[in-house]
Design a protein around this ligand. Structure first.
Ligand SMILES: Cc1cc2nc3c(=O)[nH]c(=O)nc-3n(C[C@H](O)[C@H](O)[C@H](O)COP(=O)(O)OP(=O)(O)OC[C@H]3O[C@@H](n4cnc5c(N)ncnc54)[C@H](O)[C@@H]3O)c2cc1C
Length: 331
């Protein structure tokens, strides 16, 4: 078997555009490939794929594989796992990168199992170590209490999913050249063990949590819909997104799309304001990439203060109105 070489990025398209995670993965992959002097390939799926190939090349791709067959028009884990595995068999990359997104989380383990490849999910860093001359992957473990650094097994293909905002996109290089190749692969629907019977878009208003620079998040301590109205006011003043722990979601104060944590969204804002949040490990694991965490909690022993950069021990009802006013008057 040929030696595995280069990096294959599995791209995502959102509303006809390259998703931010794809631009980030291309930037990260380019950095590694420049050290190893290897190629970066990108897989783009769907009828918009060919129109985005040139942009992907300006962002670091050397080759773009285009899968436009109608059998891949809608996301389906079995069809996508088949497509990605088939392409990996052809290209034989050393590393296949996907986003730690709903799709990536679903497909990556299937691809790794099909290929007998190594798998590292939820990486916060993937880099080339010039001293050890190998790729190193870092991911949070023990609910975010420690970071494990792992190297792929020698001679094996490696599949990684990477958290949004863990890699930086490159500034587009207009003159960069590359190659795009249509793929003739298709998927026989008869091979599908599961069928999609209905698609429902979760209600989402305002800025997407995964892309937000600032997040105001509320927990059980916010106490209800009225408390969240106050959080929304603060978020509006700051141009922030509103997030939540599982408690407000279970209580139906906010929709499921706003849950952050192990079973919710993984976020990486510059500023995370945690209001009435205890700091359970399942929530903390979703906010570890935040640059600065500010916690407001009336319990001085709340676990959230262990990860917070700044803490306010107080009832949020006494703190937020002043904060909202100050932000209003400063604008
Ligand atoms: C398998 C599994 C997966 C899970 N996944 C997730 C997940 O993805 N995301 C998630 O968030 N949770 C998840 N959970 C649930 C998690 O374990 C916690 O139960 C949850 O995060 C607690 O939410 P909370 O801190 O908002 O609520 P609480 O535990 O109710 O804490 C409320 C906090 O608010 C403070 N407070 C109360 N009143 C005020 C006030 N007026 N002003 C200021 N502070 C106040 C209290 O001191 C307390 O610290 C999961 C659990 C399991 C078992």
């Amino acid at each position: 078997m040929a030696e595995n070489k280069g990096i294959l990025v599995v791209g995502e398209i959102e509303e006809g555009k390259l998703a931010s995670i794809t631009k980030e993965l291309l930037g990260g992959a380019r950095q590694i490939a420049d050290s190893t002097k290897e190629e970066v390939s990108l897989l783009l799926i769907g009828d918009k794929a060919s129109s985005l190939a040139q942009e992907a090349i300006t962002l670091g791709a050397d080759k773009v594989y285009l899968a436009a067959h109608p059998s891949f028009a809608e996301f389906h884990s079995e069809a996508y796992a088949f497509l990605i595995s088939e392409l990996c068999q052809q290209v034989q990359p050393a590393l296949c990168l996907m986003g730690q997104t709903d799709g990536g989380r679903d497909v990556a383990p299937r691809v790794a199992a099909r290929l007998g490849a190594g798998l590292c999910m939820d990486c916060v860093e993937v880099k080339f170590d010039p001293q050890q001359k190998q790729i190193l992957q870092s991911r949070p473990v023990f609910g975010g209490k420690a970071i494990a650094v792992m190297a792929p097994a020698a001679g094996k293909m490696q599949v990684d999913t990477v958290r949004p905002k863990s890699m930086a996109p490159l500034a587009p290089q207009a003159g960069r050249s590359g190659q795009s190749t249509p793929l003739s692969l298709s998927f026989d629907p008869a091979q599908q063990k599961a069928k999609v019977t209905k698609r429902e878009k979760l209600p989402a208003e305002g800025i997407k949590l995964e892309e937000a620079r600032i997040i105001v998040a509320g927990g059980g301590g916010v106490g209800g819909v009225e408390g969240f109205a106050m959080l929304k006011q603060l978020a509006q003043g700051l141009g922030a997104a509103v997030g939540a722990t599982r408690v407000p979601v279970d209580e139906k104060w906010v929709p499921l799309s706003q849950e952050i944590g192990q079973t919710g969204k993984i976020v990486s804002p510059e500023l995370y304001i945690a209001v009435g949040i205890s700091g359970a490990a399942q929530h903390i694991t979703g906010i570890l990439n935040s640059k600065c965490i500010v916690a407001i909690n009336k319990d001085p022993d709340a676990n959230i203060f262990k990860v917070a950069d700044y803490g306010v021990v107080a009832d949020f009802r006494q703190v937020l109105p002043t904060l909202i006013e100050k932000i209003k008057s400063a604008r």
